[in-house]
Ligand binder design. Structure first.
Ligand code: NAD
Length: 352
């Protein structure tokens, strides 16, 4: 076996139905006394319930998360509210947008986060934060933004509609796919990534078929946990770079962009990362990794074409300029013509 470094941050996970009830104990365990519960307006009912359970330990609810990618103005408003509330801990209940606000606050104050994720984005398992200023999103890594405790309560995901569940799960799968060919991949992370793909490939079609399938919902949370873990542990490559660029430049929805680009980014690396391809295809039960992902996207009825989510065709050259600006590790060298083909196919929704 080749030498490697495996750097997984410590975290605590509470997994299972009804586990939101353990929130007060988990906040107490961190030595906190006043937890501010943060959510989007649409998830305020969960936040209110959490606040009720916290009782005297609640610093109230802040349901002011109204956008993705943590715009700095939104974070400033949240920070003012949090300071006035006297909070010494943040409880974030929602998807990656809400977790992102908690991370932005923790970056400023160093206070601990308890995350209760309700989508499959996986942000709760990473020390990665993002902030958007004047339309430009910058990301960074800092252990202090990593939630100390994560509560995966399947009950809070039952209301996630299929059209959000499916792309959100593919976002988690994208983390797993790129972890398998990461420049700093290691055997432990690869095992987690492969298992994440397997869990998500099993769960997502079942959720779309029957959104009330609790077993499938909890499998998807398990896959999301693994996806987030590997995202935080190793470097991501061409797929994440392209999605970051496309999302930021054309204001495309995060999870849908990942869903559409993933089969094409996988195909781009098909020849250069054969062992990763073998493992991805095996976990999907497919003969070809990229084709298997494309078929899965079709099965779960998620979008397949960038043109269908608002990407202009004449934006392809601009996206290429930006994606090639900084060089980064990828199994196959970055080639403008080959990347143009990738983006054209993803734009049109063609088979990779
Ligand atoms: P999101 O948090 O914006 O949520 C998407 C939608 O789902 C929202 O409309 C929300 O109201 C709804 N929703 C959430 N839970 C629900 C539920 N239980 N029932 C019904 N509706 C529900 O989207 P997301 O895809 O989870 O997160 C995207 C953001 O997370 C992006 O900003 C992305 O950059 C970030 N992200 C960060 C990391 C990281 O490691 N830092 C990882 C993944 C994603």
């Amino acid at each position: 076996m080749n030498p490697f470094v495996c750097d997984l941050p410590a975290y605590r996970v509470i997994f299972g139905p009804g586990t939101l009830a353990q929130l007060p104990d988990e906040v107490r365990r961190l030595g906190a006394r006043r937890a501010l519960v943060i959510s989007m307006p649409a998830e305020a009912r969960f936040a209110e319930e959490a606040s009720r359970q916290l009782g005297d330990m609640s610093a109230g609810v802040y349901a002011g998360v109204v956008a993705q990618h943590v715009p700095v103005e939104m974070l400033k408003a949240a920070a003012e509210h949090a300071a006035q509330s006297g909070a010494d801990c943040y409880v974030v209940i929602g998807g990656g947008s809400t977790v992102g606000v908690g991370k932005g606050l923790a970056l400023q104050t160093g206070l601990p986060i308890v995350a209760v994720p309700t989508t499959y984005a996986g942000s709760e398992m990473t020390p990665i934060y993002g902030l958007t200023e004047a339309g430009v999103k910058k990301t960074g890594k800092d252990r202090k933004v990593m939630p100390r405790t994560v509560i995966y309560d399947v009950d809070l995901t039952m209301s996630l509609p299929s059209h959000i569940s499916a792309p959100s799960g593919m976002n988690a799968m994208a983390h797993c796919v790129e972890a398998l060919y990461a420049p700093d991949a290691n055997p432990i992370v690869s095992l987690l990534a492969e298992e994440g793909i397997r869990a998500l490939a099993r769960a997502l079609p079942a959720i779309v078929k029957d959104p009330s399938d609790r077993t499938a919902r909890s499998d998807a949370q398990y896959g999301a946990w693994l996806g987030g873990t590997v995202l935080g542990a190793v470097a991501m490559s061409i797929h994440h770079k392209l999605c970051h660029t496309l999302g930021g430049t054309f204001n495309l929805p995060h999870a849908e962009t990942h869903t559409i680009v993933l089969p094409h980014a996988t195909a781009y690396n098909r020849e250069a990362a054969p062992e990763a391809m073998r493992r991805i295809a095996g976990a999907l039960g497919a003969t070809d990794a990229a084709g298997g992902i494309y078929d899965l996207v079709g099965t779960i009825g998620a979008p397949r074409a960038l043109k269908d989510i608002g990407m202009p065709e004449d934006g392809i050259e601009r996206a290429l300029d930006l994606a090639l600006q900084n060089q980064y590790a990828n199994p196959r060298p970055l080639d403008r013509d080959a990347l143009r083909t990738l983006l054209r196919r993803a734009w049109a929704g063609e088979r990779p």
